[in-house]
Design a binder for this molecule. Structure first.
Ligand code: NAI
Length: 288
């Protein structure tokens, strides 16, 4: 039993179709707005739900916005009312309001944070309670290379997307003992959101080539949690937040920072901390 947000088109539609083809009953959520989040249309969510039901799958459409607590609760209620259970949440809904930072205004910032970051909170919160109770759940969030690595004109989007990484990492730690797993994908695909931006690469970036990772992460065969996976055009890789040994002084001064930049920036002794506590182990290793 799955919820896919923003499933009226693009990547979310593909996630919903492939999950349904593998036997999941799906809530196809989508407000049906434009790329910048304005407007609403019940058509896209209904069409995808119809598409699934026509070929013998089971889906219901839902048009609540993820961008409010009431919306998140209504989406989860739709799943429970229709299917009596909820195993999978794919937080995929998204909008763009790109602008250079010096031109950023609240109307360009608030909705982007509300849909991407708060939206994932609003849907996952009520879902989490159900999943903890049943000791089973799979959460898949959607970040972006723009958040992980930075992109010109996307401070709002990048901050929201990196926030989703923080959410996922903490959820993974809180959910592990009850078999509620949380991972985050950084997809690349030709959709209405990106078709202007991808240039010649667009042809090789089918949305269908992203979804198999989501289907695996959503399955009971998945045992990974807290991971960031980059996936585009058939290539999949783990993305890590890593930290090297670094430079150590028992009397650190600004001048030492300046003069030892090479050691500070060196990747020697790189580790990938599993959690915040593991990071402190580096100090124990390097302090003499
Ligand atoms: P899209 O524009 O085709 O689909 C996004 C869907 O989310 C739309 O159908 C829209 O109506 C829906 N939506 C927007 N606000 C909503 C709300 N408040 N509540 C419910 N639904 C809402 O875009 P695409 O490319 O399929 O994006 C899907 C996700 O993947 C987004 O989170 C996006 O940021 C992310 N992403 C996509 C990349 C790409 O290459 N296509 C790259 C990196 C990240």
């Amino acid at each position: 039993m799955a919820i896919v947000t923003g499933a009226g088109q693009g990547l979310g539609r593909e996630h919903a179709l492939q999950l349904a083809a593998r036997g999941a009953r799906v809530v196809v959520n989508d407000v049906g707005g434009s790329v910048d989040g304005t407007g609403a249309d019940a058509g896209p969510a209904q069409q995808v739900a119809d598409e699934i039901n026509t070929v013998g799958g089971e889906a219901v459409a839902n048009t609540d916005s993820v961008a409010s607590q009431a919306g998140g609760e209504a989406i989860v209620r739709t799943a429970l009312d229709a299917f009596g259970r909820l195993d999978i949440v794919v937080n995929n809904a998204g909008i763009l309001r790109d602008k250079s930072f010096h031109n950023l205004t609240p109307d360009l910032l608030d909705p982007v944070m509300q849909v991407h970051l708060f939206g994932a909170f609003w849907v996952t919160l009520p879902a989490w309670k159900v999943m903890r109770e049943q000791s089973y759940g799979r959460i898949i969030n959607t970040t972006s290379a723009a958040g992980l690595f930075g992109n010109f004109g996307q401070t709002n989007y990048g901050a929201a997307k990196m926030g989703l990484v923080g959410l996922t990492k903490a959820l993974a730690q809180e959910g592990r003992r009850r078999n509620v797993l949380a991972n985050v994908i950084a997809p690349g695909a030709r959709t209405r959101m990106t078709k202007e931006l991808l240039g010649p690469l667009a042809d090789s970036l089918d949305p269908e080539a992203v979804t198999p990772v989501v289907v695996y992460l959503a399955s009971d065969q998945c045992d990974v949690t807290g991971q960031i996976l980059s996936v585009a055009g058939g290539r999949v890789s783990r993305v890590v937040v890593a930290e090297p040994l670094g430079y150590f002084s028992d009397n650190l001064t600004p001048e030492q920072v300046r003069d030892n930049w090479e050691s500070i920036a060196s990747l020697e002794g790189l580790i990938v901390p599993e959690n915040a506590n593991e990071e402190i182990g580096l100090l124990l290793k390097v302090a003499r």
